[in-house]
Structure formats: structure tokens, C-alpha cells
Design a protein around this ligand. Structure first.
Ligand SMILES: N=c1c2ncn([C@@H]3O[C@H](COP(=O)(O)OP(=O)(O)OP(=O)(O)O)[C@@H](O)[C@H]3O)c2ncn1[C@@H]1O[C@H](COP(=O)(O)O)[C@@H](O)[C@H]1O
Length: 108
């Protein structure tokens, strides 16, 4: 797994036991799945709006920021349900391998 994703995955796991007063992630877990899903939906909409702004000529910094928010809240959702980024990366890897592109790349 990518180093940042791996460290963040561990922090998210640890935050399940943290105090909601001291940790944003713990406060989301305490509020429950509906609040986490609401955040995922909100960040998805903000990402879409930022992407449309880029298409109209805005620079990409807001899009990157909103996409990071979306990925982050998606990771909290997975963590809340007992899953993590590794499962998603393995699924993407499986699809990549199925496409045969990895084999073509290794042949040069
Ligand atoms: N990557 C993030 C991250 N990205 C965004 N956010 C928070 O997500 C929230 C974004 O939601 P909004 O912009 O909608 O802010 P808001 O309106 O205050 O939120 P709501 O009231 O709607 O819930 C902000 O409070 C951000 O601080 C994050 N909070 C934490 N992390 C990571 O999670 C780790 C653990 O964080 P804690 O649980 O706070 O220790 C941190 O070390 C970071 O690595």
C-alpha cells in the first residue's frame, strides 16, 4: 500500500478508540454511519462542482483539495464498516491484472 494510505489507515483504526472531543474521526464514528454517509455525499458534490470549475478555466487546487476530502471521508466510511483502503487497492489491482496491461508493461 502507498505509504501515506498505510499510515492514515492505521490512524483511522486507532481513532475508533479515541475521544470524540479530541478527534474528528472519533466524533464521526460517534455520530454514526448516517453522518459519515452524509459527509461522503457532501464531499462528492463539492468535488463535482470543483471539477466543473476546472473545466471553466479555474486552477485545479480546489479540485485536489475536495478530492482529498472525498477520499478521506470514504476511508472513514470503510473503516466504520470494518474495511480499509487495502481492500479497495486489491480490487483495483485485480481489475488491472484482468486487463492484461501489467503483462504488456513487463514485456516492455
Ligand atoms: N485527512 C484528514 C481530514 N480531511 C478533512 N478533515 C476534516 O474534515 C472536515 C471537513 O468537513 P467540512 O469542510 O465539511 O467541515 P465542517 O463543516 O466543520 O464539518 P461538519 O460539521 O459538516 O461535519 C474538517 O473538520 C476537516 O478538518 C480531516 N480530518 C482528519 N484527517 C486525517 O485524519 C487524521 C486523524 O484526525 P483526528 O481524528 O482529528 O485526530 C489526521 O491526522 C489527518 O491525517
Amino acid at each position: 500500500m502507498n505509504d501515506v494510505l498505510e499510515k492514515l489507515t492505521q490512524v483511522l483504526e486507532d481513532r475508533k478508540q479515541a475521544s470524540p472531543d479530541e478527534s474528528y474521526v472519533a466524533s464521526l464514528h460517534e455520530k454514526g454511519l448516517n453522518k459519515i454517509l452524509e459527509k461522503v455525499g457532501e464531499e462528492a458534490v463539492e468535488t463535482i462542482l470543483a471539477a466543473r470549475d476546472v473545466a471553466q478555466g479555474a486552477d485545479a487546487s480546489k479540485l485536489i483539495y475536495e478530492t482529498a476530502d472525498l477520499w478521506f471521508h470514504s476511508l472513514v466510511m470503510l473503516s466504520h464498516l470494518g474495511e480499509n483502503a487495502d481492500s479497495v487497492l486489491r480490487e483495483l489491482e485485480r481489475r488491472f491484472n484482468l486487463s492484461g496491461l501489467e503483462e504488456k508493461a513487463s514485456r516492455g
